[in-house]
Design a protein around this ligand. Structure first.
Ligand SMILES: *Cc1c(COP(=O)(O)O)cnc(C)c1O
Length: 219
C-alpha cells in the first residue's frame, strides 16, 4: 500500500470529529508531502531539528504538532514552528513556553501529557497531579490549555491500552468539570497505529499515527 492509499483509508475510517496527526519522525520531506497531498492536515514531530528541516520546505500549508519531549533549550524554536505542543508535562516547561510566546506575541495551544500508568513511560504528569498542573499552567496568559495527551503502554495488544485510555478520559472529564478559568478541555490525544481504534472508543478526538501511514520506521 502507498502512503496515499494509507491516508485515504484512514481518513475514510476515522469518525469526522477525530483529527488525524501524521506522526512523521524519521520520515523525509517527500513522504510527508505525499501524506499532505493525500489529505493529511496535521504533522506531528518529535524532534525540533527534524521539524525545522521539514518546516523550512513545507511551511504553513499544514498544522504542526509537537509530540516529543520538549527541553527548555529548544523552546524558542518550538514556539516558532508549532501550532500546538501536545506534551507539556511540567509547570517549568510551560513557563518557558509562555515566556517565549509573550516575547513574540503568540498564544500557544497546549495539551498536558498525562502518564496514564504504563510502567515503561517516564514522561507526563501523574494523573493525580494533572488538575494541579493545569490550574498552574492556566495562569500563563500566552498559553491555552486545550486538553490532555497520553501515550499509553508502548507494547502489547491493543486491549491492554484500554484501561489507560479510559483513565485518561476520566481525568479529562473531571478537569472539564472543574471549570478552570482560561482553559478549554476540548482535545483528548491518544492512540497510535496499534491502539487508535480502542483510543477512539475511549473518547480520543486526536489520534497520532505513524507507521500505518508511512510504513515501518528504521531505528
Ligand atoms: C511515533 C509516535 C506516534 C506514532 O506511532 P506509530 O506506532 O508509528 O503509529 C504517536 N505518538 C508519539 C508521541 C510518537 O512518538
Amino acid at each position: 500500500m502507498s502512503i496515499e492509499q494509507n491516508v485515504h483509508e484512514l481518513l475514510h475510517e476515522l469518525p469526522p470529529d477525530v483529527q488525524l496527526v501524521a506522526a512523521a519522525k524519521s520520515m523525509g520531506i517527500p513522504q510527508v508531502l505525499q501524506a499532505i497531498d493525500a489529505g493529511v492536515k496535521i504533522i506531528g514531530e518529535n524532534y525540533i531539528q527534524e521539524a525545522e528541516e521539514k518546516y523550512k520546505v513545507i511551511g504553513n500549508r499544514v498544522k504542526w504538532h509537537f509530540i516529543g519531549h520538549l527541553q527548555s533549550n529548544k523552546v524558542k524554536k518550538a514556539v516558532a514552528i508549532f501550532d500546538m505542543i501536545e506534551t507539556v508535562d511540567s509547570v517549568e516547561i510551560a513557563s518557558a513556553i509562555a515566556k517565549r510566546c509573550a516575547e513574540v506575541g503568540k498564544i500557544m495551544p497546549v495539551l498536558i501529557e498525562v502518564n496514564s500508568g504504563a510502567e515503561e513511560q517516564k514522561c507526563g504528569v501523574l494523573t493525580e497531579n494533572a488538575a494541579y498542573v493545569i490550574s498552574a499552567v492556566s495562569r500563563f496568559p500566552s498559553i491555552k490549555v486545550m486538553g490532555l495527551m497520553t501515550m499509553g503502554p508502548l507494547t502489547g495488544e491493543q486491549e491492554e491500552a484500554r484501561p489507560y485510555f479510559a483513565k485518561t478520559r476520566e481525568v479529562f472529564e473531571n478537569i472539564k468539570g472543574l471549570n478552570i478559568d482560561g482553559i478549554e478541555m476540548k482535545y483528548l490525544s491518544m492512540g497510535m497505529t496499534n491502539t487508535y481504534k480502542v483510543a477512539i472508543e475511549e473518547g480520543a478526538n486526536i489520534v497520532r499515527i505513524g507507521s500505518k501511514i508511512f510504513g515501518p520506521r528504521k531505528s
